[in-house]
Design a protein around this ligand. Structure first.
Ligand SMILES: C[C@@]1(CC(=O)O)c2cc3[nH]c(cc4nc(cc5[nH]c(cc(n2)[C@H]1CCC(=O)O)[C@@](C)(CC(=O)O)[C@@H]5CCC(=O)O)C(CC(=O)O)=C4CCC(=O)O)c(CCC(=O)O)c3CC(=O)O
Ligand SMILES: NC(=O)C1=CN([C@@H]2O[C@H](COP(=O)(O)OP(=O)(O)OC[C@H]3O[C@@H](n4cnc5c(N)ncnc54)[C@H](O)[C@@H]3O)[C@@H](O)[C@H]2O)C=CC1
Length: 145
């Protein structure tokens, strides 16, 4: 079961596997919290990844990287089986892992975030409907603005 918490990832090693649109979205989120990001992708398909700066980009196929070095791993390839294998390994080894091609096969889900200097709000739909999470986040934004 997923316990909603706030975790400090500043300067912590985070690995994003994949270099497409969705990897970019996840990297942007992680970079907002000053994490130490490495990206492994066979091909950087989303060029905006290169513009983020201060991230270590390795253009190669994912193979035998030592995932134990990382606090958080994001499996963001378009290969569902590979993402699942990565997630299974991380779950077994107590590494935080997010999997973009699943609702449940991970131990960390991203949510729809709303924050300013006074609060942080995250909406999650238990993985069931991320569009609803986004919608509720935007409704809350309207209530508190
Ligand atoms: C389980 C989870 C795992 C995770 O990714 O963490 C997950 C999984 C999947 N998302 C999919 C699709 C889309 N996700 C979005 C958007 C967001 N998705 C996010 C979170 C989560 N998505 C986690 C659960 C969150 C919760 O509990 O509510 C948000 C909240 C946060 C973020 O991603 O950072 C962010 C919005 C917030 C923001 O924008 O601020 C959009 C729309 C868009 O991008 O605008 C689409 C296209 C929809 C369409 O068009 O139908 C697919 C199907 C892929 C396919 O089958 O093609 C899967 C896989 C599956 O469902 O199996
Ligand atoms: N969780 C979420 O919020 C969402 C998830 N998705 C899902 O996310 C997945 C990824 O989407 P996009 O980024 O648009 O795909 P994409 O096709 O643009 O990018 C896939 C990336 O994975 C890399 N890759 C594939 N196999 C690899 C390997 N063995 N080693 C290293 N890199 C590898 C590719 O080189 C590429 O950089 C899709 O399957 C999509 O259905 C889509 C929308 C939202």
């Amino acid at each position: 079961m997923f316990f909603p918490v706030c975790i400090d990832i500043e300067n912590k090693k985070c690995l994003v596997i994949g270099g497409g649109k969705i990897a970019y979205k996840k990297i942007k989120t992680l970079s907002r919290y000053n994490s130490d990001i490495t990206v492994i992708a066979e091909e950087i398909k989303e060029e905006k990844i290169r513009e983020i700066g201060n991230i270590d980009i390795r253009e190669k196929r994912f193979s035998d990287e030592n995932l134990r070095e990382y606090m958080l791993v994001v499996a963001a390839t378009d290969d569902k089986e590979l993402n699942e294998e990565i997630a299974e390994f991380c779950i077994k080894n107590n590494i935080l892992v997010n999997n973009v091609t699943s609702k449940n096969k991970m131990n960390v889900r991203f949510g729809a975030i709303l924050e300013d200097e006074d609060y942080q709000i995250l909406v999650s739909s238990h993985g069931k409907n991320c569009k609803n999470s986004k919608k509720l986040r935007d409704e809350i934004k309207n209530i508190i603005k």
